[in-house]
Design a protein around this ligand. Sequence first.
Ligand SMILES: Nc1nc2c(c(=O)[nH]1)N[C@H]1C(S)=C(S)[C@@H](COP(=O)(O)O)O[C@H]1N2
Ligand SMILES: [Mo]
Length: 169
Amino acid sequence: MREALRISKNEKKDVKLTIDGLVQHPVSLGYDELSQFSEPDQVEDVSRFAGKKQGDAVTLESLLRLVDPLPEANYLTLHAGKDDFHVSIPLAAVRSEGLLVYKIGDQPLGVNQGGPFRFLIKDFAACHSAELDDCANVKYLDRMELSQRKGLDTRPTTDEEHEALHKGE
Ligand SMILES: Nc1nc2c(c(=O)[nH]1)N[C@H]1C(S)=C(S)[C@@H](COP(=O)(O)O)O[C@H]1N2
Ligand SMILES: [Mo]
């Protein structure tokens, strides 16, 4: 039992997030790499910005510094393969607002919190009121893609669709 627990925790630490598309240096990062980001790039306790959302993060700025987007990269698309949910937002708008939540204490972010990786906008608007809305806080994130034009966006567009999505959670 104890052995099984240890293995499942380690497996979670091995999961990687890919950042690619219009960038100089595509990367694949996991818990260990993100934990090693320097102090100013780490953001402790995201509940300060977003009431119910929990965990610690690194800034989107620090991730962008690492991959170095090409000048024509205008959009950031957030992909969650797990439930086929995708959001595409203008890079300029989200640049200074975006966080990547990846841990709670010294453990990877649990799936019940949207982990192992969750995108979070510091100052997000109510659902469907703006590009940077709560719906864009993508859970189970596995890939961030930079592109020239707007990419895949499966956010609900009507109140009915939105309600149906939340019912399925
Ligand atoms: N992968 C994934 N991320 C998602 C969703 C989803 O269905 N799948 N729903 C979005 C919507 S519509 C909202 S309002 C928020 C809700 O975040 P919460 O569960 O932390 O309240 O997550 C967003 N992120
Ligand atoms: Mo939403």
